[in-house]
Design a protein. Structure first.
Lengths: 291, 407
C-alpha cells in the first residue's frame, strides 16, 4: 500500500487551459493513468486523442471511475470546482490553483466536514509517487526517483529543492506531498505525518515548514507521540522581515508561535533533526539513513 | 490591499457602525471649512498607509477652524516618517478632519482570519489606544478571541458576552454587541483580511441629559487582494501614491516585489518558500538581500524579463541571485527572459543562477551561451557558495557609489 495515491489511481484533471493542459500532458508522459478531463464545452472531444473530455465532474466519474481529481481552474472558480468534486464523490482532491479567496476556503472546509473526500491544497504543487508513476500536480517528474523518503512541505518550490538535494545524495522518495502555503488548507502536516508513519514504503520523512501559524508546533506534538521514523525538518523564514508578509494582527493570533525559532525549538524537543539551513536537507538525511 | 483611514471609516459608516462626523481635505482651506461644521475640538489626521502617525506629528487635536487649517498645512505636501514607513517617509496628500470625542474609556476590537481555526475571530481588549502588539506581548490575557462560524456568522450572544467582558456601561452593552456583529459582517461581506478599530471609545457625556456612546474613533481595514475581483467598487480605493514605484511596476506585471533596506543582493525566485530559503542562505553567505522578486508559479518569458528589469532598477543591487525551480514555470522561458532583461539593462552585473525542474537544462544552456557574467549552481548550497565567492571578489558594499560621490 502507498500514501494517498497508488496503482489504482485514476486521475481526473479539471481545468485544461494553458497551464492545466501542459501539466496534464506531463503527467501522462510520466505514466500517470489519466482517466478523464473536465472542461465545460469540450464534451465529445479527447485530450491528446486519448482521454475523454466531460462537461461535468459527476459525468466523468460515472463514465470513467476516476477517483482522484486535480484542479487547475482559475481562482474565482476554484472553490466551486472543489465542491463539484466533493459532490461527485472524488476521494482525493488536489487543488493547485493559487489565489483562492480565503473566505471561499472557509466555506469549502466547512462544507467538507463529515464528507468523505480529502483535500490537498489549495496553492500547492500536489503530489508525486515515483514507484507507481503517479503525478497529481506540478512537481517536476524529472527530478524525483523511487526511494524511501516521504516529503511533506508547505512550500511548492522548496519541495523541489529538497527532492533535488535527496537525489544529489543518492536518495529517492516514496511519496512527495505539497500541502500548500495558504492559511486555510485541507490536509495538514499532521495528517501526512500519520500516513507516512503507517506507510511501509516510507522509512524516513522530510518536513519543510515556514514562519507563521502554529501548524509546525502541532506537527511536533504529533511526532513526539506517534512518529517513530526519523524526521528531518527545515523551517524557512528566519530572516524574513516582520510585517512584510503578514499583518500584525494576523501574527498576534499565534503570537510567538509564528516565529522560526519557536518552531525549531518545538521540533527539536520532539526529536526531529532540524537543519540550520534549507541547503542541508539532503546531507542530513543521508547521514541518518547511512547509520 | 491597504486603504486609508477615511476610506475605512466610510466602509464602517456604510455598515452602520457609529463614527464621529468628519470629512477628508486636500488643502488647508478645505480642512478649515470642514472644521467650521463642528463645535468644540477637532482632530486633523494625515492619511497615509502606516501606523505610528501620532508620534510623528501626523495627528493633531485643535480648538478652532483656523488651527485646523494650520495643522493641515503642516501635514499636506510633506513626507511623514513613522516607524512603519520607509526611511524617506510617505507623501501626505489628504487629511481627515473630524470632531474630537470626550473619551471616558478606550477599548480595542478587531476581526482577523485565524488560519488554524479556519474562521474569522473577533479580538477585543480593554487596553485600547495603545499598540496591540504591545498588549499581546506584555499582557496577552487581556486579549479576548472569539471565533465566528461559516454558517452563522458572529452570534449576537457571543458579541454580548464580549461587550460585558469589556466592561462597558450597562446601557452600552447592546450597542457594543451590535457594533461587534456589524464589524464581523463587514469583514465577511467585503472580503477583508483585517478590520481593526483602535481605539473603540466610550464617550463622556459633556452636558446633563446627554448619554455615553460607543464610537469607532479610528478604523483600519485591509482588503484581501485575492478577492478584489468580486468587489469592483473597492478596487477604486487603491492609492498608488502609497507604494514604491518599483512595487507598482511589479504589481502591474503580476509580480511580487519586496524592497528591503540595506542589502546589495537582488533576488529573483519563484514561490514564497523558496524566497524565504534564498533569503536565509543569502544571510548565511554574509550578505543582505536588497529586495525580493517572486515571479510566481506560472510566469512566462515576458514576465521574467520585466522582473529582471525591475530587479536591476533597484540601484542598491550589485549582484544578482536567481533561484528558480520549474514547475508550471518553464526554465527555458525564464532564461530567455533573463537574457533579454540583462542585455537591455545592466548586463555587466554578476549573476548566480540555480535552475532546476521543468526544462532546466535548456534554460542553463541559454544562460551559458548568453555572454553574460553567469555562474550556475546545482542547488541551494551551491548558490550560497557561489554567492560567497563572488562577494569575496567584490569591493565592500556601497564602494562603487562612493567613487562617484565626490567625498
Amino acid at each position: 500500500m502507498a500514501v494517498l495515491v497508488g496503482k489504482n489511481t485514476r486521475l481526473l484533471v479539471q481545468g485544461l487551459g494553458r497551464d492545466g493542459a501542459f501539466q496534464a500532458s506531463r503527467a501522462r508522459a510520466y505514466g500517470t493513468n489519466m482517466a478523464a478531463a473536465v472542461h465545460p464545452g469540450r464534451e465529445g472531444q479527447k485530450f491528446e486523442d486519448a482521454v475523454p473530455y466531460f462537461s461535468s465532474v459527476a459525468r466523468a466519474v460515472k463514465e470513467t471511475g476516476a477517483n482522484t481529481g486535480v484542479i487547475y481552474v482559475p481562482a474565482p472558480a476554484a472553490a466551486d470546482a472543489i465542491i463539484e468534486q466533493v459532490d461527485a464523490g472524488i476521494e482525493l482532491i488536489v487543488c493547485i490553483t493559487e489565489g483562492v479567496p480565503v473566505l471561499d476556503m472557509m466555506k469549502v472546509l466547512a462544507y467538507m466536514k463529515g464528507r468523505k473526500s480529502r483535500l490537498i491544497g489549495p496553492n500547492c504543487p500536489g503530489l508525486l509517487q515515483p514507484a507507481t508513476k503517479v503525478k497529481v500536480g506540478i512537481i517536476p517528474a524529472s527530478i524525483v526517483r523511487p526511494g524511501t523518503v516521504g516529503i511533506v512541505s508547505r512550500s511548492g518550490t522548496l519541495t523541489y529543492e529538497a527532492i533535488a538535494q535527496l537525489s544529489t545524495h543518492g536518495l529517492g522518495e516514496s511519496t512527495c506531498v505539497g500541502i500548500g502555503g495558504d492559511p486555510l488548507h485541507g490536509t495538514t502536516f499532521t495528517d501526512v505525518l500519520g500516513l507516512f508513519q503507517a506507510d511501509p514504503e516510507t522509512e524516513a520523512i522530510v518536513m519543510i515548514g515556514e514562519i507563521g501559524g502554529d501548524r509546525e508546533q502541532r506537527a511536533a506534538e504529533f511526532i513526539k507521540k506517534n512518529v517513530k521514523k526519523p524526521v528531518v525538518a527545515a523551517i524557512v523564514g528566519h530572516t524574513a522581515p516582520t510585517g512584510k508578509r503578514m499583518g500584525h494582527a494576523g501574527a498576534i493570533i499565534t503570537g510567538k508561535a509564528a516565529l522560526a525559532s519557536e518552531k525549531i525549538k518545538a521540533l527539536k524537543e520532539a526529536g526531529v533533526h532540524v537543519v540550520d539551513s534549507p541547503a542541508y536537507i539532503g546531507q542530513k538525511m543521508k547521514e541518518i539513513m547511512g547509520r | 490591499m491597504k486603504i486609508h483611514e477615511y476610506q475605512a471609516r466610510n466602509l464602517l459608516e456604510q455598515a452602520g457602525i457609529p463614527t464621529l462626523p468628519g470629512d477628508v481635505a486636500t488643502t488647508p482651506s478645505e480642512a478649515r471649512k470642514i472644521a467650521e461644521r463642528f463645535t468644540g475640538q477637532v482632530v486633523v489626521k494625515a492619511q497615509i498607509h502606516a501606523g505610528g502617525r501620532g508620534k510623528a506629528g501626523g495627528v493633531k487635536v485643535v480648538s478652532t477652524p483656523d488651527e485646523a487649517g494650520v495643522a493641515a498645512a503642516s501635514m499636506l505636501g510633506r513626507r511623514l516618517v513613522t516607524h512603519q514607513t520607509p526611511s524617506g517617509g510617505v507623501l501626505v496628500r489628504k487629511v481627515l478632519v473630524a470632531a474630537a470625542a470626550d473619551i471616558a474609556d478606550e477599548l480595542y476590537v478587531a476581526v482577523v482570519m485565524d488560519g488554524d481555526l479556519g474562521v474569522p475571530v473577533v479580538m477585543a481588549s480593554t487596553e485600547g489606544g495603545v499598540e496591540i502588539e504591545h498588549v499581546a506581548e506584555t499582557t496577552p490575557e487581556k486579549i479576548m478571541r472569539v471565533p465566528g462560524d461559516p454558517l452563522i456568522g458572529f452570534s449576537p450572544y457571543r458579541a454580548r458576552d464580549m461587550a460585558y467582558a469589556l466592561g462597558v456601561p450597562a446601557e452600552l452593552v447592546r450597542p457594543t454587541a451590535d457594533l461587534i456583529v456589524k464589524l464581523y459582517r463587514l469583514f465577511v461581506d467585503k472580503d477583508c483580511s483585517l478590520v481593526e478599530v483602535n481605539p473603540l471609545v466610550v464617550t463622556r457625556p459633556s452636558k446633563p441629559g446627554e448619554v455615553a456612546r460607543i464610537i469607532a474613533l479610528d478604523a483600519k481595514v485591509t482588503l484581501e487582494d485575492d478577492a478584489l475581483f468580486r468587489h469592483p467598487e473597492l478596487q477604486a480605493l487603491h492609492d498608488p501614491d502609497q507604494e514604491e514605484p518599483l512595487e507598482l511596476r511589479a504589481a502591474a506585471a503580476e509580480l511580487s516585489y519586496v524592497k528591503l533596506e540595506g542589502g546589495r543582493v537582488g533576488c529573483m525566485v519563484n514561490g514564497a518558500g523558496l524566497a524565504m530559503a534564498t533569503m536565509d542562505i543569502t544571510k548565511w553567505a554574509g550578505a543582505d538581500p536588497a529586495n525580493f522578486l517572486d515571479v510566481g508559479g506560472s510566469a512566462d518569458e515576458k514576465r521574467v524579463e520585466e522582473a529582471y528589469r525591475i530587479l536591476v532598477d533597484d540601484k542598491d543591487v550589485e549582484v544578482i541571485l536567481i533561484n528558480l525551480f520549474g514547475g508550471i514555470l518553464r526554465c527555458d522561458a525564464a532564461a530567455r527572459g533573463i537574457v533579454a532583461g540583462a542585455k537591455a539593462t545592466r548586463h555587466d552585473l554578476p549573476i548566480i543562477v540555480a535552475m532546476r525542474g521543468t526544462n532546466a537544462d535548456e534554460g542553463l544552456k541559454i544562460l551559458g551561451d548568453s555572454g553574460l557574467k553567469v555562474s550556475t549552481a546545482a542547488d541551494l548550497a551551491g548558490a550560497a557558495e557561489g554567492l560567497k565567492t563572488i562577494l569575496a571578489s567584490m569591493p565592500a558594499k556601497g564602494a562603487h557609489h562612493a567613487q562617484g560621490g565626490g567625498r
